[in-house]
Design a protein around this ligand. Structure first.
Ligand code: 3PG
Length: 203
């Protein structure tokens, strides 16, 4: 499957998830899926990230589970072994792209400049994370990219929230947006899954 195909089955919003406790993984994924948000990015920012990916892959079949904050090729291998269906990184490197291609794992590297995008095109990629979106020029930067990079699609993340995500989704070269606003730390800590489901439903 590709991001394009998955996005026909999910809202075009990818929550950036930081799992502190393994017990949060399944109820959180269930709440997001119940809200129509199926593509989930569990970031490699905590020690339980891989275990969380494995649990969600096994126990929440309607979730399309991916790994985020990939900064080393071994993260891609480990997440793939744990059952991740895609990978995202804040940046782009030959090692990351090659590893994902060896595993045939859909991968969106992060880009911020035309040079980054050209590097990805040289690897045959069309889909990129634009990171950090707000800090790197936001909607106007993506409009500027639309000229020279006609067939390239972006998933902006970084500084996106319920207040500005629609401005991004209105752009032709944006296929989805990502962000942590759908999984606020306080709701995760208190286990308020119904509030997270409502946030997912609202977007
Ligand atoms: C990411 O990894 O995509 C970002 O950390 C998400 O940024 P946000 O917390 O501003 O949504």
């Amino acid at each position: 499957m590709s991001f394009e195909q998955w996005l026909t089955q999910s809202k075009p919003v990818i929550p950036v998830i930081v799992i502190g406790e393994l017990s949060q993984a399944v109820p959180l994924a269930q709440a997001l899926v119940a809200g129509g948000v199926r593509l989930l990015e569990v970031t490699m920012r905590t020690s339980v990230a891989l275990a969380a990916i494995e649990k969600i892959a096994k126990e929440v079949p309607d979730a399309i589970i991916g790994v985020g904050t990939v900064t080393k090729a071994e993260h891609i291998q480990q997440a793939n072994d744990a059952g991740a269906q895609f990978a995202l990184s804040p940046g782009i490197s030959e090692k990351l792209v090659t590893k994902s291609q060896d595993l045939a794992l859909p991968f969106m590297p992060g880009v911020m400049t035309p040079a980054d995008i050209i590097k990805g095109i040289e690897f045959g990629l069309q889909d990129f994370k634009f990171y950090p979106a707000e800090q790197a020029g936001g909607v106007n930067m993506l409009k500027a990219f639309a000229g020279p990079f006609e067939n390239i699609r972006f998933c902006p993340t970084g500084g996106i929230s319920e207040h500005n995500f629609k401005n991004y989704l209105a752009l032709n070269n944006v296929m989805a947006v990502g962000g942590s606003w759908l999984c606020p730390r306080n709701l995760l800590q208190t286990g308020d899954w119904s509030a997270i489901e409502i946030l997912a439903k609202q977007c």
